[in-house]
Design a protein around this ligand. Structure first.
Ligand SMILES: Cc1ncc(COP(=O)(O)O)c(C=O)c1O
Length: 369
């Protein structure tokens, strides 16, 4: 099996599998010249609402835009503090910092990599207005515990579901578990567009309307603006691609889960920590993440062997140079820091062949066994 290549993703192969459907959906957008919002986006919004079991989906031009408009639309404002995890992609907090809001980081559970609810209350101040739960890697955060804290302290609960399309918490899909959920459809996500795209999901019609207004310059008519907004609308092409791919997502997710179970079984005798799935959760494995000693060397050796190993994330947000103004130091959030030193993501996408999966396992066994 020498020289087998196992990329992180294979978006070309995925496209080839559904080419006729994608091509005709894109052609329809061209024929209609419906390049921004339009029928394909509306069709996708409706279908995604069904998928997430929510009343409303608002199609936007990135996951970062979804977070930004969600924060803005729920009324988070300058001077507020929002509690979240440092073990996430920077977009979870970037819009907050731009808004003059202080992200307050709380350490994670070492098994699920999500916010540890037991550590939250000591970080709540009179300025805290919300908790942002991030469903990292495809595993839902502990929503009941977070909702209880929010109720007790009169805080908003929000979801960053950018990595967790279709994951469930106690049988309910993420994105419908709080006041609003932000999704990313970045091409490499479990549901990926052909460019940047994102969405907010919610059951609150007023919040949905506000986000619709904000995404389109606060428009009431072509040149009538009831508020200041942004230009964060979803493109017609992205709506068309997402609408087609959504029809396949359940099947692709099932194969990701099978791939993950295969790895977990096959790696059980090696010195690695495999993913833990909480009893309340279904995991959709946006990333299949293990922990190993001497991580950087193992990643390098895997890459030399042609395996697209990744690291999500090598530096937690509280130690990012771009967020040093928040005043954190090494050692402040030790569980996240330890995870950042040890995590390694293996290719887990739905179109992996058995040969590729076997090769990943045998290469790791050679390196660690
Ligand atoms: C947890 C998380 N939040 C937010 C984002 C931002 O999404 P986007 O890249 O679509 O702006 C991403 C993805 O990149 C993410 O993984």
């Amino acid at each position: 099996m020498k020289n087998l290549q196992v990329p992180t993703l294979n978006l070309k192969k995925q496209y080839e599998l559904i080419k006729p459907e994608i091509d005709s959906a894109l052609q329809e957008v061209i024929d209609q010249t419906a390049f921004i919002l339009g029928p394909a986006v509306e069709r996708f919004e409706k279908a995604f609402s069904g998928y997430c079991q929510v009343d409303e989906t608002i199609g936007l031009n990135s996951g970062t835009a979804a977070l930004q408009l969600l924060y803005e639309a729920v009324g988070i404002k300058r001077g507020d503090e929002v509690i979240t995890t440092p073990f996430t992609f920077i977009a979870t907090v970037e819009p907050l910092v731009h808004m003059g809001v202080k992200p307050v980081f709380v350490d994670i559970d070492p098994d699920t990599y999500n916010l540890d609810p037991r550590l939250i209350e000591e970080k709540i101040t009179e300025n805290t207005t919300a908790i942002m739960a991030v469903h990292l890697y495809g595993h839902p955060a502990p929503m009941d515990e977070l909702a209880e804290i929010c109720k007790k302290h009169d805080l908003l609960l929000l979801e960053d579901a950018a990595q967790s399309h279709g994951a469930t918490y106690k049988g309910r899909p993420v994105g419908g578990l709080a006041r609003g959920g932000a999704f990313s459809f970045y091409p490499g996500k479990n549901l990926g567009a052909f460019g940047d795209a994102g969405a907010v999901t919610t059951d609150d019609p007023q919040l949905a309307q506000k986000i619709r207004d904000l995404r389109d310059h606060g428009r009431a008519g072509k040149y009538s603006h009831i508020m200041l907004g942004h230009n964060e609308r979803m493109d017609g092409f992205q709506g068309a691609v997402l609408d087609v791919k959504l029809k396949h997502l359940q099947e692709w997710t099932k194969i990701r889960q099978e791939n993950a179970n295969f790895y977990t079984n096959q790696l059980s005798s090696l010195p690695v920590k495999t993913p833990v799935v909480a009893d309340y959760a279904t995991h959709v494995y946006h990333q299949y993440v293990i922990q190993v000693d001497d991580r950087d060397a193992i990643v390098e050796q895997l890459r030399e062997a042609g395996i697209g190993a990744g690291v999500h994330y090598p530096t937690p947000l509280h130690l990012q140079p771009g967020l040093q103004q928040l005043g954190y130091s090494p050692g402040d959030l030790s569980v996240s820091e330890k995870a950042a030193d040890r995590v390694l993501s293996l290719p887990v996408f739905a179109l992996l062949s058995s040969e590729q999966k076997d090769y990943v396992v045998s290469t790791l066994t050679d390196l660690l066994g």
